[in-house]
Ligand binder design. Structure first.
Ligand code: HAM
Length: 420
């Protein structure tokens, strides 16, 4: 039997990959405008990084990590998300020593051992950004605005931004008690996961789909924010309003990762079955210190690439396709065939998108191939024409043909392609 790809992974083939390239190019272009610089970190890290960073009691670390011992008996995990690795790199490379706010972005694969469904994979890709070194609520708003602008400029309709404040550690510790008190009478009725969350991470019960009914009327963290937290949260909202970024307050929004403080947010859109969250992020003021660096505030987001593409498709948004071939070269005869190898190379060196036949096919099959590639021009070189120093150029859109001197061919095609 032939070998198949592992469950929850995808092959991205030509035809589909152009959409990825378009979305990735938009991410890079937007990051340039917002002044974020690219960072690339390893796809695997020491397991401890995610235990400390993402949190031991999160589903991600408890159940979903690809963890293995390498040949040196070190516990290694494939990264389940991007933030922890970027924070590690920020600390290890002492980027905190730089005078400006460090604004970084990444695009790459992440790995979570989850039950695959539409929009949920075991290898998926995130476009993420992280900004380090500033407490300013304007940066929280900038991060949210970048994600929103990204979706909007790609053509997504009806993206909703939901925001909440998850407070600072002191607020959360007090809120934790309120939540425990609230759920204590129904503790035994909660699902198995939530029973264990009750002691270890009670806020996550609010996020449980199964136990939603028990969460009705639960105290919200926003009601318990202290002055510092509410001032920060209000300022983020004011900035979003000033930038015309629509948002909805969701006091029940708790993210699946432990590192958040203050602002937490998610982007929602319809079109991928049961899943409606297409991206999320927030502020994480204690994380850099926890990973071992001198404490520095941070805020960022992660947007799922597969989910963006699924929503674009569901909403019927067209993605521009790359320009097809400029020239397809057809050779008739042995001498012409050989001459075409060099001509083709010259066309490419001149910046044109060009192709020829490599299967020894007859002219009709070669013309069909040119059609499949949607070539703007077909250039036909026979042995006789070669001897005369000429080549025939056919514009595929009009069917018009002309004879061009061979030594002016590349230049002629170059000026023609500029007008396509
Ligand atoms: P997250 O909410 O776990 O946050 O993931 C962000 C996004 O990644 C999700 O909204 C979703 O689009 C995508 N995603 C997550 N899991 C899967 C999956 N199994 N299959 C397909 N897509 C998935 C984080 O990862 C944080 N690091 C975001 C962040 C950055 N916060 C601060 N900075």
């Amino acid at each position: 039997m032939s070998i198949q790809k592992p469950k929850g992974t995808q092959d991205l083939l030509p035809g589909e990959i152009e959409k990825w390239q378009y979305v990735e190019a938009k991410a890079r272009e937007l990051c340039a405008r917002f002044n974020y610089k690219e960072i690339r970190t390893p796809v695997f890290e020491h397991t401890e990084l995610f235990q400390r960073g993402v949190g031991e009691t999160t589903d991600i670390v408890e159940k979903e990590m690809y963890t293995f011992l390498d040949k040196g008996d070190r516990s290694i995990s494939l990264r389940p998300e991007g933030t922890a690795g970027v924070v590690r790199a920020y600390v290890e490379n002492k980027l905190y020593g730089e005078p400006d706010v460090n604004k970084l972005y990444y695009i790459g694969p992440m790995f979570r051992y989850e039950q695959p469904q539409a929009g949920r994979y075991r290898q998926f890709h995130q476009f993420g950004i992280e900004a380090f070194g500033s407490q300013d609520p304007a940066i929280d708003a900038e991060v949210i605005a970048l994600g929103y602008t990204f979706y909007k400029e790609l053509g997504l309709k009806e993206v909703t931004v939901e925001i909440n404040s998850v407070g600072n550690p002191a607020v959360r510790a007090a809120y934790r008690e309120h939540i425990q008190r609230f759920f204590a009478p129904v503790k035994d009725k909660l699902c198995k996961d939530c029973q264990s969350r009750f002691d270890r991470n009670p806020m996550r019960i609010l996020d449980c789909k199964i136990d939603q009914k028990y969460g009705e009327g639960a105290p919200t963290i926003v009601e318990h924010l202290d002055e510092e937290c509410s001032t920060h949260f209000q300022a983020v909202q004011n900035y979003l309003t000033a930038m015309d970024i629509p948002f909805r307050l969701n006091p029940r929004l708790v993210r699946g990762l432990d590192y958040y403080t203050h602002t937490a947010f998610e982007y929602k859109a319809g079109g991928i079955g049961a899943i409606d969250t297409i991206g999320g992020g927030g502020r994480y003021n204690g994380l850099v210190g926890q990973i071992g660096g001198q404490d520095q505030p941070g805020v960022g987001l992660g947007l799922g690439m597969e989910r963006i593409l699924l929503v674009l498709q569901a909403q019927g948004v067209d993605i521009p396709v790359p320009k097809p071939l400029d020239v397809y070269l057809v050779a008739l005869g042995e001498a012409a065939e050989q001459a075409c190898v060099k001509l083709l190379h010259d066309l490419r060196l001149a910046g044109l998108k060009a192709e020829k036949d490599y299967l020894g096919r007859k002219i009709k099959a070669q013309m069909k191939s040119a059609d499949r590639y949607k070539a703007a021009y077909v250039a036909i070189l026979g042995d006789d024409e070669l001897a005369r120093g000429e080549i025939t150029v056919k514009a595929m859109a009009t069917g018009e043909q002309e004879t061009v001197a061979l030594d002016a061919f590349v230049q002629t095609m170059q000026s023609r392609s500029r007008h396509v």
